[in-house]
Design a protein around this ligand. Structure first.
Ligand SMILES: [Zn+2]
Length: 348
């Protein structure tokens, strides 16, 4: 059978909504609500939250004897206020694994305890070339040499506190989304791109009046970037888990921005051979553009479930994303390929 068409306008619009909703790990409730709202447009999906804040939607299949799950994460890299300096500027602590130089100069938002937000930007402490000369280039970027300059009149810790800013406030970096000729350039395509692919797959089946072959759980994880996102939230009789997360593009990799990738091994070791083979066969059968790859510095939510004791087959697919955990970019072709792959799996 041929696959139902993918609504690419819907996919890109929903992805735009997700990217423009800040969600550093631990502060993902707004984007979780946005996904829940989107899922509510598909009657028949039973949507619940885990206590940890993940979203779990259950979709009844033609059969229910061997339930499956797909997981993708909406939390992103970000930071938290570690200290308010005597200058009124902020020292941060990172949330997730990234290098400070990848966010240097980026706009950011600090979310205060009272629900206010304060804008600012992340700079080197010795940012001005006219003041610090060669030190701008030579200074090592670390927690001590990076700081937030708030867009507010403050020159002391007290004045910053008067804005409502405190230690422990979450900080989100601007996504800086630009779409050009099918290229989608933004921070946090990891993994909002795949959440948008999941929703576009659901819409493709609904639009075509189709039902998944097996009862399927859609798990939207909110703690992936710190390693334990999908460690919980699945039914005990789950048989298979397909993690949908970005593919690592770069030197030595087969992945690119125009294909979906099947990851057969990453830092956590090999994925489930049988389930990986099944996904490969589905891609061949439906002429889905795909690559098979190995990611050298990478862990996934599927492995988080394995480590937590999940006794299921786990595999990993996703669109190629260039410059991951930096200023990321993919192409609509990779997003469509990933969505088609999810659709093929749901119907298989
Ligand atoms: Zn990810």
């Amino acid at each position: 059978m041929s696959l139902p068409p993918i609504d690419t306008d819907y996919l890109l619009q929903f992805l735009t909504d997700l990217l423009n909703t800040p969600s550093p790990t631990g502060f993902a409730h707004q984007v979780i609500a946005r996904v829940e709202q989107a899922l509510s447009g598909f009657p028949g999906l039973q949507v619940t939250h885990t206590r940890k804040g993940a979203l779990v939607a259950t979709w009844a299949g033609k059969a229910s004897g061997s339930p499956r799950a797909l997981t993708a994460h909406v939390d992103t890299l970000g930071a938290m206020v570690k200290e308010i300096k005597s200058s009124g500027r902020l020292k941060l602590t990172k949330i997730g694994g990234f290098a400070w130089n990848t966010v240097e100069g980026e706009g950011c938002t600090v979310f205060t305890r009272t629900g206010e937000s304060v804008r600012g930007s992340l700079l080197l402490t010795k940012a001005s070339g006219h003041v610090h000369g060669g030190q701008v280039n030579e200074t090592k970027r670390d927690d001590d040499t990076m700081e937030v300059r708030l867009d507010a009149r403050t020159a002391s810790a007290d004045e910053t506190r008067a804005l409502g800013v405190e230690v422990g406030d979450f900080v989100a970096f601007d996504p800086r989304l630009v779409v050009t000729d099918g290229f989608v350039r933004s921070r946090h395509l990891d993994d909002k791109a795949c959440v948008a692919c999941l929703l576009a797959a659901v819409k493709a089946l609904y639009d075509a009046n189709l039902q998944p072959a097996q009862t399927t759980i859609l798990h939207i994880s909110n703690y992936e970037e710190v390693g334990h996102g999908a460690a919980s939230g699945f039914p005990p009789d789950l048989a298979e888990l397909v993690t949908v997360d970005m593919a690592a593009v770069g030197e030595g990799q087969t992945s690119d921005e125009f294909h979906a990738s099947l990851c057969v091994k990453d830092s956590g070791g090999p994925y489930h051979h049988g389930l990986s083979q099944k996904l490969r066969s589905l891609a061949e059968e439906h002429a889905i553009p795909y690559k098979v790859d190995i990611y050298p510095y990478y862990g996934s939510d599927g492995e988080a479930y394995w480590r937590a004791g999940g006794d299921v087959a786990v595999a990993l697919i996703g669109p190629g994303v260039d410059a991951s955990h930096s200023y990321e970019r993919t192409h609509l072709e990779a997003l469509v390929a990933t969505t088609q792959w999810v659709v093929a799996y749901l119907l298989s």
